[in-house]
Design a protein around this ligand. Sequence first.
Ligand code: DX5
Ligand code: ZN
Length: 215
Amino acid sequence: MKTIISPSILAADFNILGQQIQEIEKSGAEYLHIDVMDGVFVPSISFGMPVIASIRPGTKLFFDVHLMIVEPVRYVETFAQCGADMITFHLEAAGERTAETIDRIHALGCKAGISIKPGTPVAALEPYIKQVDMILVMTVEPGFGGQKYIGTSTEKIRETRRLLEQYGLQTDVQVDGGITAENVAAVKEAGANVIVAGSAVFRGNIGENVKRLLG
Ligand code: DX5
Ligand code: ZN
């Protein structure tokens, strides 16, 4: 499967955000990973709709919006209006409203992704596996950039890819958290094809960093 790099702007320098997005666009990355945190589902607060709406006209990158918020269904319409191309929410946050949330996202013309935290088993995704466009396997506890990759995640990635194969699906598998030039080959080999990276892209030269992750 083709590898897609999705740089997370959580690690960007917001003083020169537009400039850095231009560098990403030139680097060969196709997605822009946009982390929305509400201070409830995760301890931290990042940014929300006005930031997304304001960067939308400046780039053609695919907006990969990662919602770390409670009751995500309440906000999917607003994020679609702000310019999201894909909306990924957490299974732990949507609970019984998971299927409805996926349908709402699709009805808005966006792709739908579903994410699990490190403590949530892959089997919990099974009821929704045919409905989603992407599965995000969190490889750190969501909430902060710059954390260390959780080693046991590699087996979870493999399990997710195996489950998709059992259903004959070629759905994208995204990884997010602690991905570096050193461990990217292992996550790809395990079955991930959409690679999120914050620190590993924004620390140093963006163009060179993305090329290294693309391999
Ligand atoms: C963590 C976020 C990640 C984060 C990744 O909750 O979902 O997208 O920005 O940052 P790094 O690549 O630095 O671990
Ligand atoms: Zn993220």
